[in-house]
Design a protein around this ligand. Structure first.
Ligand code: SAH
Length: 246
């Protein structure tokens, strides 16, 4: 059972989203990892409009149908757009602060962990935007992801998710790669976020290349298709149950 949620005092991203929503600006949202140099998420990008979205997210919006679950919805930027288009949307996030903001934006948002087995509603589309599959953390947890998806998908339903093949991070100028094969899959990243004086708990985040994702999907009774390539080693995948009637 995984019903972990993020409390307000320990939620840098949620606080940044909350500040931006209430005041129109936010401080630096810092992202730390043992694998990369320190980075920053420009908080306004978490409130991006359709025109500002990368091509794979625009495509995902176009492909959403029926009752939609926006999983790990953040500020609710995709939920808001889908509602404008007349779709029924439920947004879930483990961040109490983000859910508070989404509710103020008029979204049916709930503090729910995607892996929580008590959440048993059915959806025609599960959307995981901005590398939402990252919530899995490690490749070995993909089975748990597909089990959760089976629980949440209505017959004929689809999962839309975008991710990246981050092997370019490990590539030398000559195209050769230095990857420690014993260290596990190269897209498994550890992150920590910081915002003002709030330090978040460290968490695992998975970036997965299309072929590896497709292989795991097949193994768990799903079919995975690439809808579109993004501009930087990223892509949008559409995943459906292989034998929904069996
Ligand atoms: N989809 C949004 C936000 C992406 S950031 C966008 O595209 O802008 C990832 C979000 O997932 C964060 O808000 C985080 O709180 C949430 N999250 C992380 N693990 C989760 C889980 N297990 N269940 C639900 N939400 C989760």
């Amino acid at each position: 059972m995984n019903d972990k949620t993020t409390k307000k005092e320990k939620d840098p991203m949620g606080r940044a989203i909350f500040d931006y929503h209430t005041t129109g600006k936010a401080a630096k949202l810092r992202v730390l990892s043992s694998m990369f140099y320190e980075d920053e998420i420009p908080v306004h990008t978490l409130f991006r409009k359709f025109e500002e979205m990368p091509i794979q997210e625009k495509q995902a919006i176009e492909l959403c149908r029926g009752r939609v679950l926006d999983a790990g919805a953040g500020s609710g930027c995709h939920s808001a757009l889908l509602m404008e288009r007349g779709l029924e949307v439920v947004a879930i996030d483990i961040s109490e602060l983000s859910v508070e903001v989404m509710r103020e934006r008029g979204i049916d948002a709930r503090v729910i962990n995607f892996f929580d087995e008590r959440f048993t509603e059915k959806f025609d589309t599960i959307l995981l935007a901005m590398n939402g599959i990252g919530i899995v953390g490690k490749v070995e947890r993909l089975g748990e992801f597909f089990r959760a998806a089976k629980r949440l998908l209505a017959p004929g339903g689809q999962i839309l998710l975008d991710s990246s093949d981050i092997k370019y991070v490990f590539m030398d100028d000559d195209g050769s790669m230095e990857i420690d094969l014993a260290a596990g899959y190269y897209g498994e990243v550890d992150y920590k976020m910081r915002y003002k004086n709030i330090a978040g708990e460290p968490f695992d985040w998975l970036y997965i290349d299309f072929e590896t994702l497709a292989m795991y999907a097949e193994e768990h009774g799903f079919h995975c298709e690439k809808c579109i390539d993004g501009e930087h080693y990223d892509y949008l995948a559409c995943i459906t149950e292989s034998n929904p009637d069996v």
